[in-house]
Design a binder for this molecule. Structure first.
Ligand SMILES: Cc1ncc(C[n+]2csc(CCOP(=O)(O)OP(=O)(O)O)c2C)c(N)n1
Ligand code: SF4
Length: 298
């Protein structure tokens, strides 16, 4: 029986890879381990940028520190690799100084929710117009696999050798209750849905949060004897249930348990800049020009 797939061409010019246009190819090979899910999310990100037809000169990526934090260094955009936990305050400053930019924060669960947790809740409360992408591998990857505020109960990490006994954050619930206007969760298996979600948030104003569950075969999978990156993908595929609009209270993750994915929140609320402009115009009347850029610079 003949194969339904066309044979991969082995001769002739290699077609250009559309993703490469958005990557700093001179920095390749990247540092991520085989089977790590971070690169998969970056692939989705580059495709979403192209699908949303954004002017790439008006997109900035801000990362903190960690394996995920390295994303900023690999994208051919104005990108900033900041300090640990400070991606959100840096991005907030950038957005307030240059309101016409699409500002993306791309970081790990430890960076965003542990050391950066306070910044996260306040930026969501203020509805700062940031697109926050959180790669959640349930662990501190870069520093050797310590427990994170997302590590599920009973999971092994270097700092919980008898199993984690802390209650992890349910990130979609945290984001929604802090004030995020868009909240979604996908896994590294759901590449089309991730790309779609990223495209949606590029078009939306306000604090948008996408959590992406992602394998860390080197630390999380290995310590828990969960197999390689492919085994993690199999787990995501078999255990995920798409439930758009699910109550975020009900989407907490348990160790190797079911995973609720989907778009949970998509609402409208005035952004920090909208409210600030209204308030200052009301108070200062004609003296207020409404040009935030000028005010910040003067
Ligand atoms: C102030 C400060 N504290 C601690 C560290 C060490 N550190 C670097 S990355 C990191 C955690 C990274 O975990 P996560 O954000 O989950 O990213 P991953 O590496 O898993 O992608 C820590 C604790 C640091 N660089 N700076
Ligand atoms: S240590 Fe884990 S998170 Fe970091 S690159 Fe390797 S697999 Fe990815």
């Amino acid at each position: 029986m003949s194969s339904p797939l066309a044979p991969f061409p082995t001769q002739g010019p290699v077609p250009p890879n559309p993703v490469e246009q958005v990557l700093r190819m001179d920095r390749m090979p990247h540092i991520w381990c085989p089977g790590c899910g971070i690169g998969t999310t970056v692939n989705c990100f580059t495709r979403a940028l192209q699908q949303a037809k954004l002017d790439l000169d008006k997109v900035a990526v801000v990362s903190g520190i960690g394996c995920t934090g390295r994303v900023a260094g690999y994208v051919e955009l104005d990108s900033f690799h900041t300090t640990h936990g400070r991606a959100i305050p840096f991005a907030t400053g950038l957005k307030l100084a240059k309101p016409d930019l699409t500002v993306v924060v791309y970081s790990g669960d430890g960076d965003l929710i542990s050391i950066g947790g306070n910044h996260f809740i306040h930026a969501a409360r203020r509805n700062v117009d940031l697109k926050v992408i959180c790669v959640n591998n349930f662990i501190y990857g870069m520093t050797g696999g310590q427990v994170a505020p997302t590590t599920p109960g009973s999971a092994m990490t270097t700092t919980t050798p008898y199993g984690c006994f802390e209650q992890p954050f349910n990130l979609p619930y945290l984001a929604e209750s802090s004030g995020a206007v868009y909240v979604a969760r996908w896994t590294a298996f759901h590449v089309r849905q991730i790309t779609h979600a990223m495209t949606e948030v590029f078009r939306k104003k306000g604090f948008c949060f996408i959590e992406i569950l992602s394998p860390c075969p080197t630390l999380y999978q290995r310590r828990n004897r969960l197999g390689d990156g492919l085994a993690a993908m199999q787990y995501y595929k078999e255990s995920s249930e798409i439930r758009h609009g699910a109550n975020t209270r009900d989407v907490a993750i348990t160790y190797q348990g079911p995973i609720v994915v989907g778009k949970f929140v998509d609402v409208e609320r005035p952004t920090f800049l909208d409210v600030m402009n209204q308030q200052l115009a009301r108070t200062l009347d004609a003296k207020y020009t409404g040009c935030v850029e000028e005010h910040v610079r003067s």
